[in-house]
Design a protein around this ligand. Structure first.
Ligand code: FAD
Length: 377
């Protein structure tokens, strides 16, 4: 526990030194993102939840999530880069061979390499089993062809864990994960997407046009890709939930500070009961989000068989709350909330992303209701 406190206070110091003073440059201009990520790796923050045998710190996922919450409060961009990176590292930890873990995972954990996970395609989003990217076996090699959409960290990453069909007839068992390196021949990154928010978070398409990979690039065994990506996405749902939670906490903090300073009718607006009612709603919803997110992180640490359910609940609820809370924060700022110079306008736009990524909230509700419908006889 003392070690946890030490790590958390180290994270606060890190944020004060590297993120807070440059918040606007990172969030609005997209600067310093790679440098800060490398520093995070160097200081051991990425390594927190990974096993010691691969250079991790062997600490809890809950602690990592708590650190991520602090980061997300100040930078949705850095939080997003870490979240996407983590997907690549966890997919190799979950399904990779010992050789892949020694070669790539050890470097991803230290932040020496940056990673992405690419599942989504132009015609396959909520239904990942319909991906069209194909990997054809030719002797000891695979030839990959296809397009991936929206990949986070595209252009920044050194390693892309890419899902492809190795056998179209075998459904989910016909999907495999491949490690593609940014320098691989015939692998191209598309233009950076122009988005509603988070301009500094890289998002682009990936193009694979006869990318030839030796068989040691299959993550683990052929045919295990779907199982690997589903387990990895459960973890990603908790980090998405905590991104939304950090944003909500920031929105509340900014709204409360503003409400105490803003004078109307001769009084601070915080003295009006309707504003107090908003603050009470925001604080209560945030507390519930925090409990769900931390609970999901603990379920991961405990290897709970229902971790997937709790991860979906955390992602679904925390992202919904982020939209609600940031909307109320804009309302408390009145007309100034609509002006880009004030942070709440940015937070409101960023919040929407969390309802879409790592499986939309409709998909989270399908996962949750499937569990409940099976459980209650
Ligand atoms: C900022 C950002 C970063 C991303 N990063 C990555 C990444 O790093 N790697 C990656 O692989 N992907 C990434 N994605 C893709 C993301 O995971 C998908 O956008 C998401 O899964 C939804 O897929 P889609 O956009 O194709 O929407 P669609 O699947 O076309 O869905 C459209 C709408 O239909 C609804 N819908 C679909 N099926 C059902 C159903 N059965 N029941 C009810 N409603 C349904 C959806 O909920 C949604 O509202 C990212 C997306 C964004 C916006």
């Amino acid at each position: 526990m003392d070690l946890d406190k030490e790590v958390l206070s180290g994270a606060v110091e890190f944020i004060e030194k590297y993120i807070q003073p440059r918040e606007k440059e990172i969030e609005v201009e997209g600067l310093f993102v790679k440098d800060i990520f490398k520093e995070l790796g160097y200081h051991g923050f990425i390594a927190i939840p990974f096993p010691k045998e691969y250079g991790g710190l062997g600490l809890s996922f809950r602690l990592f999530v708590d650190v991520s919450r602090l980061i997300a409060k100040h930078s949705g961009t850095i939080s997003g880069v870490i979240g996407a990176h983590l997907l690549s590292a966890f997919s190799i930890l979950i399904g990779g061979t010992e050789e892949q873990k020694q070669k790539s995972l050890t470097k991803l954990i230290k932040g020496e390499l940056i990673g992405s996970l690419a599942l989504t395609e132009p015609n396959a989003g909520s239904d990942p089993s319909s991906i069209e990217t194909e990997a054809k076996k030719e002797g000891d090699y695979y030839i990959l062809n296809g397009t991936k959409a929206f990949t986070t960290n595209a252009g920044l990453s050194d390693i892309y864990v890419i899902m492809a069909k190795t056998d179209r007839e075998r459904g989910a068992r016909g999907m495999s994960a491949f490690i593609v390196e940014s320098t691989d021949e015939n692998f191209k990154i598309g233009r950076q997407e122009s988005k509603m928010a988070l301009p500094g978070l890289p998002n682009a398409s990936l193009f694979l046009n006869d990318v030839k990979l030796y068989r040691d690039r299959v993550v683990g065994k052929e045919g295990t890709g779907f199982a690997i990506v589903m387990k990895t996405l459960d973890i990603g749902r908790v980090t998405t939930g905590v991104g939304a939670l950090g944003l909500s906490e920031r929105a509340l903090e900014e709204a409360v500070k503003y409400s105490k300073k803003r004078i109307q009718f001769g009084k601070p607006i915080s003295s009006f009961e309707m504003i107090q009612s908003y603050i009470a709603d925001m604080a209560t919803e945030i507390e519930a989000s925090k409990l769900l997110v931390m609970n999901a992180a603990e379920k991961k640490d405990q290897n709970d068989p229902k971790f997937s359910l709790y991860a979906s609940m955390a992602k679904y609820y925390a992202s919904k709350v982020a939209v609600d809370v940031s909307r109320l924060a804009v309302q408390i700022f009145g007309g100034y909330g609509w002006i880009e110079d004030y942070i709440v306008a940015r937070l409101y736009k960023e919040a929407k992303m969390y309802e879409i990524i790592e499986g939309t909230n409709e998909i989270q509700k399908l996962i949750i209701s499937n569990y409940i419908l099976k459980e209650v006889k």
